[in-house]
Design a protein around this ligand. Structure first.
Ligand SMILES: Cc1cc2nc3c(=O)[nH]c(=O)nc-3n(C[C@H](O)[C@H](O)[C@H](O)COP(=O)(O)OP(=O)(O)OC[C@H]3O[C@@H](n4cnc5c(N)ncnc54)[C@H](O)[C@@H]3O)c2cc1C
Ligand code: SF4
Length: 523
């Protein structure tokens, strides 16, 4: 029997990959999605993040969960792994960026992005089941109070989130796709969204795009890491041979599959890593710009542990509100479910300073001048219940570069503008105010306090758009320069700083790219 040649192979099953899979299948193409993570369902997710085996993804040491932390010199990156990609661990928040996003960065001037993308943002919201958060938890009360104290009470609003808020705990027939989707259960506000929803209330990609895609015949090959994309002829116009290996085994089995087209959708860490490697091997004509234009939302993550007896910040959804400090700066309160205090092990007092000695001195000073509150913060009964994590974002456009390191992975380098900082003065000022509101103590990750390495859950760019290969890796319709039948549809295509959580934008931009692909019969 002749070997099957797919019309499309999609590498990765996050936001970009899932949208691509469904839309290509709807147009009549045969599609295979290859995903390195596991196919996980409600029963596979951990109850708390102390269950490291089920939470973290580091298969070489037996951790086969859904959440990965990758450390670089200039940034620590949080990401999701599994069928559904980052949607499994994300905090469901779906904001539309401000106008500045559409008119800045590498994609500036390539299209009238804000107007062109408007209908695709609407489609993305509908498909992901975006709805306004209807509850008010202690986090929301604190954020309302913060807005008032800042003199901007209207800056507070509930978030639009991808959660089914039916009757709590009640399972109903699919409410989103006229019964074509899976059953859904009403959210019970357990706060566990970032560990994977154990109650089928969160609208992860396996409950919308991927679910519908599989119904249309899309095949998903899980637990396989793509290692090579080799063009059959020089420019790939005759297709590609994709090599993969088992991602869980110590002595992995290898496999190959043939395809006419390929879509890179492995997220920034997956796609940029692969493209950098392939530029030195199978795809030498890729733009020199691969790995450039890496952006974060210039985030700061600060935990404020409250000493109030009735503090219960673990009740509610992961992110239920947003405070728009001004046009380019936002604050969101983030939570984990009760009992999920594993982050406590990595916490240190919040300080700032230009070098490690200054910061170490300030940290030491804080520990000895405020011993009781420090002791209480480190030994509090239930860290996640008592702590309000603050996610601060701003749309300052600084970029990093990713390059190959000597071990075959990636390293970060400083690029344009100041790099992301672990000591954002505005974020720290807001955290000090929240300390007063909830009677708490602000702490940051020790990697930030001591090493000065900021943490991001929103890594973007690395395969940015441009008008040609001298300016970008892909064109404005997501096609890779210098190769045929090859696209990038994931966070690495994001070519400016959205200043807010990016998944809705990744979904909308991929919807636009896929809308331009002709139906199979007319090819
Ligand atoms: C804790 C946390 C909370 C977040 N909260 C929010 C939020 O509230 N709102 C928001 O908008 N965003 C949020 N994000 C960010 C969001 O998850 C990402 O921006 C988004 O998932 C990126 O989508 P993507 O399409 O680029 O790829 P991803 O969703 O990252 O998916 C890529 C997939 O490809 C797979 N893959 C990678 N390389 C390979 C390979 N070589 N072979 C096979 N498979 C591969 C990966 O395993 C992964 O499953 C959060 C992220 C984290 C970590
Ligand atoms: S709060 Fe709990 S039930 Fe609701 S979406 Fe998040 S994990 Fe699911």
């Amino acid at each position: 029997m002749a070997e099957k040649v797919y019309d499309y192979v999609i590498i990765g099953s996050g936001f970009g990959g899932s949208v691509s899979a469904l839309r290509l299948a709807e147009k009549g193409y045969s599609v295979l999605v290859i995903e390195k993570g596991k196919r996980l369902t409600a029963k596979d997710f951990p109850k708390t993040n102390w269950n490291l085996r089920k939470w973290l993804w580091e298969p070489k040491i037996g951790l086969k969960g859904l959440f990965k932390i990758t450390f670089f010199r200039h940034v620590a990156v949080l990401s999701g792994v599994g069928v559904g990609g980052g949607s499994l661990v994300y905090a469901n928040t779906l904001p539309v960026p401000k106008s500045e996003f559409f008119t800045s960065g590498n994609w500036k001037g390539l299209a009238d992005w804000e107007n062109e993308l408007k209908p695709f943002y609407e489609t993305a919201k509908r498909m992901l089941g975006a709805t306004t958060h209807p509850y008010e938890s202690q986090s929301e009360t604190a954020m309302k109070e913060l807005s008032k104290r800042l003199g901007i009470p209207n800056a507070y609003s509930p978030t639009d989130v991808a959660v089914y808020f039916g009757e709590e705990g009640k399972t109903v027939r699919d409410p989103y796709f006229e019964g074509e989707g899976p059953d859904r259960t009403g959210c019970n506000q357990c706060g566990g969204c970032m560990l994977g929803c154990r109650f089928d209330a969160k609208n992860t990609l396996d409950k919308n795009y991927l679910y519908l895609a599989e119904k249309k015949g899309v095949e998903i090959l899980a637990e396989k890491l793509v290692t090579d994309v080799h063009p059959i002829n020089e420019d790939g116009s005759e297709g590609y041979e994709i090599s993969y290996k088992n991602s869980l085994a110590y002595f992995p089995k290898k496999g190959k599959v043939s395809t006419k087209h390929v879509v890179f959708a492995g997220g920034v860490l997956g796609t940029v890593n692969l493209l950098l490697k392939l530029k030195e091997t199978s795809l030498p004509n890729l733009s020199e710009k691969v790995g450039e234009g890496i952006r974060t939302n210039s985030e700061s993550l600060i935990g404020v542990t409250s000493f109030k007896k009735d503090a219960e910040f673990s009740k509610g959804i992961a992110i239920g509100s947003i405070v728009e400090i001004d046009g380019s700066r936002h604050l969101e309160p983030v939570k984990y479910s009760a009992g999920s205090g594993a982050w406590r092990l990595l916490m240190a007092p919040m300080v700032s300073g230009s070098n490690v000695f200054v910061r170490f001195f300030k940290m030491f000073k804080d520990l000895i001048t405020d011993p009781i509150r420090n002791f209480k913060a480190f030994t509090i009964d239930d860290w996640s219940k008592r702590s309000q994590i603050l996610l601060y974002m701003e749309s300052i456009d600084s970029t990093l570069k990713f390059k190959r390191n000597i071990f075959g992975g990636m390293k970060s380098k400083l690029s344009e503008g100041p790099g992301p900082t672990a000591f954002n003065p505005k974020a720290q000022e807001l955290a000090r105010e929240v300390e007063k509101i909830i009677d708490g103590k602000a702490m940051t990750l020790a990697t930030e306090t001591l090493l000065g390495i900021p943490t991001t859950a929103h890594i973007l760019g690395g395969a940015c758009m441009g008008k040609d290969a001298t300016e970008g890796v892909i064109d404005k319709n997501n096609f890779v320069f210098n190769y045929k039948n090859m696209m990038v549809c994931d966070g690495s295509m994001i070519s400016a700083n959205p200043g807010v959580n990016p998944s809705l934008s990744i979904t909308a931009i991929t919807e636009r790219a896929m809308s331009l692909i002709p139906e199979k019969k007319s090819v």
